[in-house]
Design a protein around this ligand. Structure first.
Ligand code: NMX
Ligand code: MLT
Length: 433
């Protein structure tokens, strides 16, 4: 059983955290400079997670496995190119590669918990039809807060060491419902409110594709997409927000909704919609023609000179092409090499990095995942690009909630860093007495 396996892992892990805290609590991990304080805490080592680690040169590893390793090692549904999302969930939670029967158990768990309450659909219908899909998604999640098993257990008096158990309950229920909530928002907003019921024989990715109303290989696209976006260590806005909110012992419905709100910013997850919006702008100026490299360079410079960022490029930690970008590019090269939008995206890969280098501001001129993810969705018929960040959010919830379960298991306290005033900084700098 997943819960028993996780329980064993947690029991074995706790003494490690306890020893670090008790015997090595004074060991210095990081210094903080003035620039880091004012500059978004870039590079300050102040969070702990074992779910994933981001190396600036190599990219993300999930539980120690690179993206190609994860895609190769996790069990796959019969005939599928991409692994079960449920297997990835097992890996994120336990740190172990699952067997096929481990995966089957998670598939069953999700089916058992997947019934979305009617009031969620009522909430979504009550919102104005031009509400952004991320706001709809966030509202749907918050509305389910009344279901929290954690809140019920806490109000009865829950020992600190047991907090992870009802948190896991809530987590599994929330994960099980996300594909239907996401797909139903899509069908409500862009397909004349024609929701498609889930099929309880299908896995997470295939069910999502079915409920979106899109044929194969969109099931594999969905599996790939959710796995790639699942986690990016803990400092990014969505992961950090989820962790921060949960540290107040807010339940996972609140924490996930908050995570979604953070992901909805254009410098973070919303960049995937911005990439397609930017490309569409260029296409309409070009009358649908593919620009020459020289013309594309002009569009890029125009954007930069008007003070905007080039969406999908740059990163706070990465210093190379994002391996998630490379994985999606490989998918495009295999399945849609001649797609006109892919040709735009690929031309941007050639054109943008040297321009960002010449401009000399961005520390990383290379593309991130968002530069390459929208084109895949577009190709399979999801052309309403303001929906793309919901897909990111479904994926990101996998890592964020796995982290929250472990935060509770290891008893991490409420997060509360210290702030200083500008006067104090000027005193530290010696400018002011
Ligand atoms: N286009 C133009 N300018 C850029 C870009 C870009 N793609 N990336 C960084 N810069 C600028 C940045 O705005 C800053 O300018 P200023 O000094 O005038 O404020 C300067 O370069 C230094 O920024 P960095 O230290 O390189 O980047 P930072 O760590 O602050 O921010 C991002 C990282 C990802 C927010 C930034 O690269 C960016 O805005 N990229 C475009 C938006 C994007 O693709 N976001 C998605 C990130 C991935 N995700 O999914 O979340
Ligand atoms: C992410 O996946 O969260 C983004 O690449 C942003 C980040 O890691 O800073």
């Amino acid at each position: 059983m997943l819960k028993d396996r996780l329980g064993e892992k947690i029991e074995a892990w706790r003494p490690r955290t306890a020893a670090l805290l008790k015997d090595y609590g004074e060991v210095k991990v990081s210094d903080v400079t003035m620039a880091q304080l004012i500059g978004g805490m870039r590079g300050v080592k102040c969070l702990v997670t074992d779910i994933s680690y981001l190396d600036p040169e190599e990219g993300i590893r999930f539980r120690g496995y690179t993206i190609p390793e994860v895609l190769a090692e996790l069990p796959k549904p019969p005939g599928a190119e991409m692994p079960y999302v449920e297997g990835h969930v097992y890996l994120l939670l336990t740190g172990d590669l699952p067997t096929k029967s481990d995966v089957d158990e998670v598939v069953d768990e999700f089916h058992r918990r997947s019934q979305v309450p009617q009031y969620v659909w009522d909430v979504l219908h009550a919102l104005p039809r031009d509400t952004h899909p991320m706001a709809m998604f966030s509202a749907a999640l918050t509305s389910m807060e009344r279901e929290s098993e954690y809140v019920k257990a806490y109000s009865k008096g829950l020992g600190k060491m047991d907090h992870w158990q009802p948190t896991l309950e809530d987590t599994l229920t929330l994960w099980a419902r996300l594909p239907q909530i996401g797909a139903t928002i899509y069908r409500l907003k862009y397909r004349a409110d024609t929701p498609i019921e889930p099929d309880r024989d299908l896995d997470f990715g295939a069910n999502f594709a079915r409920m979106m109303g899109i044929d194969k290989p969109y099931d594999d696209v969905s599996r790939l997409y959710f796995i790639l976006h699942s986690d990016h260590e803990s400092g990014n806005v969505s992961a950090h927000t989820g962790h921060l909110v949960a540290s107040a012992l807010s339940d996972v419905y609140y924490a996930t909704s908050a995570m979604v709100n953070g992901l909805a910013g254009p410098l973070h997850g919303l960049a995937n919609q911005e990439v397609l919006r930017w490309i569409q702008g260029v296409m309409s100026k070009m009358g649908g023609e593919i620009p020459t490299e020289e013309e594309m360079k002009e569009f890029v410079w125009d954007t930069l000179n008007s003070g905007q960022v080039i969406p999908g490029f740059g990163h706070a930690v990465l210093r190379k092409t994002d391996p998630r970008y490379s994985e999606l590019r490989d998918w495009c090269l295999k399945h849609l090499p001649d797609d006109p939008i892919f040709r735009y995206v690929d031309m941007l890969y050639q054109v943008v990095p040297p321009i960002l280098e010449e401009q000399g501001k961005a520390k990383n001129p290379w593309p991130n995942v968002d530069a390459q993810s929208g084109v895949v969705q577009w190709f399979y018929g999801v052309r309403e690009y303001d929906f793309y960040t919901v897909l990111f959010a479904i994926g990101r919830s996998l890592g964020v909630l796995a982290n929250i379960v472990w935060d509770r298991a290891l008893g991490y306290p409420i997060e509360r860093p210290k702030s200083l005033t500008t006067d104090m900084l000027e005193e530290l700098a010696g400018i002011k007495k």
